[in-house]
Every structure is written in structure tokens, then in C-alpha cells.
Design a protein around this ligand. Sequence first.
Ligand code: GN1
Ligand code: MG
Length: 366
Amino acid sequence: MNNDKIKELCGEFGVAGEYLYYEKVTNGHINSTYRVYYRRDGEIKDYILQKINTYVFRQPVEMMENISNVTEYIRAKIKSDGSSAKRLVLHFSKASDGNYYYTDKDGFWRLSRFIDDSVTFNSTDNLKVIEESGKAFGEFQTYLSDYPVKDLHIAIPHFHNTVMRYANFYESVKRNESGRAGTVENEIREYSALEEIATKMYKMQKRGELPLKVTHNDTKCNNVLFDKNTFEHLAVLDLDTVMPGLVGFDFGDAIRFTANTCAEDEKDISKIALDIDKYEAFTRGFVSVVKNSLSENEKDTLALGAITMTVECGLRFLTDYIDGDKYFSVDYAEHNLDRARCQLALAKDMIARAEEMKKVVEKYLD
Ligand code: GN1
Ligand code: MG
């Protein structure tokens, strides 16, 4: 990416002032993200410019419609009680044709304002930050609790359909496109053995035992902005996968990422475990906000949601490894395999400690 191209794209979104420079933001696995700095009226103004991965998001126009509708809805809710929404919800810019995106020969682009004095954390040991991230995703749910679920486009069909994720996995193993399947027989066996537990909630939803609500579907802690001084939560980021889904999956994916003792791609399996203090901190934040809106089945399956999301994500990494790294961006050849092994170790630890996990949830439901 060069400066002229970035400047040209920002111009398409009506950014005025003197272009200064850009930085690449590297923590996502799917889209390409750039933070761009301008000077205007003597002040530094910064923006987030993103190129959407249209291999993953096949219908980016519909995705941007979801995002603009959902952000407008949240903004109106926040403003309705007299608060300022400026730092609490993302603000996307329109291109000159009035759309919240711009397309050219290089791809599909969008631009949002960088929220003042905010920070993100790729990982953190600060339990206050983790609790705040729980509150942020809980409030996100709450703001959208009366949003018409049926009006949302399905950004990625069958995203958390674990039955289909398993079917795709078995097909990939059979196809063995990369020729790698023979080298990961243990992992294939271990993931296969987790199919029953990982498909339980999906089957409950299909039987009408768990409701579909508006969910975020990518609740990693680096998708929350915090005030850089107080560490209070501000806006929730990465609304690409906002879709109808299960509350337990939003809870669970956050736990998978935030309450691991290690990073998502740790190679040393002996270090990987559920960090129960981090688990409790997130649970305290999330459950305190959503508890009154949960059914008994939803309450009972929050901890199972964490196991489900950990197995599913690991299975997706392993599938992509066997397919030849087509979906997730990788920094080295075995990256997806390391990620898959890490999720497997974490899921096994969670399964062994499922009762302990449920007790923590119950403590905050009272
Ligand atoms: C992807 O790129 P990022 O970090 O927003 C993926 C999530 C996974 C996550 C694993 C659209 O998210 O589902 O949980 O990687 N997003 C999509 O880190 O597939
Ligand atoms: Mg994402």
C-alpha cells in the first residue's frame, strides 16, 4: 500500500486536510486495516480505512447495510437519554455517491473515524479491562435487544453452524488439498471426538430451545475500545459478523480468546489453560448486564458456549490448514496448525473444568 493510494481513498470518503502518514494495523486475520493521520485546523485527525476481504464476506454491500443500520440504532438509543454517542459507537463515512463504501479495481473499502483517546488490547492481565470488555459486549446485546432480528442480512451463512463446520471438516480431510492431512492424524481424531459436545447448542437452537438474538459473533477483547486513561469501555468494533445468533456464543468466543492463559497461537501446549480469574472477570461484566434477559436454557449453556466456540474455532483453523491456508491469514506455514492445537488444549481444559465454570456463571446470575 502506498501513500498516494491511501490519500486517494480517503479523498473518496471526503476526508479533508493535509495527509500525513498511515500505519498498518495487524491484529485481524481477515480484512486489511490502516490507521491514517491527517492534519486539519491545526489538529491531528485520524481514521480507520479498511479493505474488506470479499473471499470471506461475499456480500459486502449487505454487510455494510447491517453495520450502518446497527450503528445508527445504537447511536439513537444512546442519544435518547441525553448522552453523547461520539465515543460509544462507530461512525462510518459516506463516499461521494452516498454509500458507506467505495469500490475500485483494488477492492471494497470503508472508512470510519478513529475514536479519540481510545486504546485496544490484544491481550491483557488487567481484570478491570476484562470485566469492562464483558460489559461492552453485554451492552451491545442490550442496545440491540429490540432490533428486528429478521431485518439483518446473514453476513456469513452458517457461521456458527457447528454441524456444518464438522461436515466441511470431514470433506476437507477427504479432499486433502494440501496433502497435509496425513501429518495431523492425531488432531483430526481429537477434534472428531469433540463433535457431540460442540454441536449440542446448535441442535438445541434448531429444536427451539435457545433463541436467536442479535449477536456480535467476534467478541475478542481486541474488538472493544477503551478510554486510554480510565480503561472504561467505549465502542465495540468489528461489526462485520453482526447476525442472528446465540448469546452463549458471544459469551463463549470472548472467553476463548480473553481467558486463555496464552495467546491464540501459543506453541507450548503445556502452558495453555483456562485462566479462571480472567474467566470470572469477563463473566462478572457480561452476566451482570444481560442476566435479566436470559432464559433458563441460555443461563445453563453459557459455559458450554465457551467450550463450543473454542472447539469450533480450532476446527476452523485445522480445516484451513488442511485446505492450504485459504481463509485465515498466516504468518508462517504451521500457523493455523499451532492455532488449532492451542484451541484443542484450551477446550480440553475447559471440558475438565466445566462444573467450575458453571459455578462462576451462577454466582453472577443471583
Ligand atoms: C477472524 O479477523 P478477525 O480477527 O476479525 C474470524 C473469527 C475468528 C477469529 C479468530 C469473519 O476474526 O471468526 O474467531 O478470526 N472472522 C471471520 O481469531 O471468520
Ligand atoms: Mg472479526
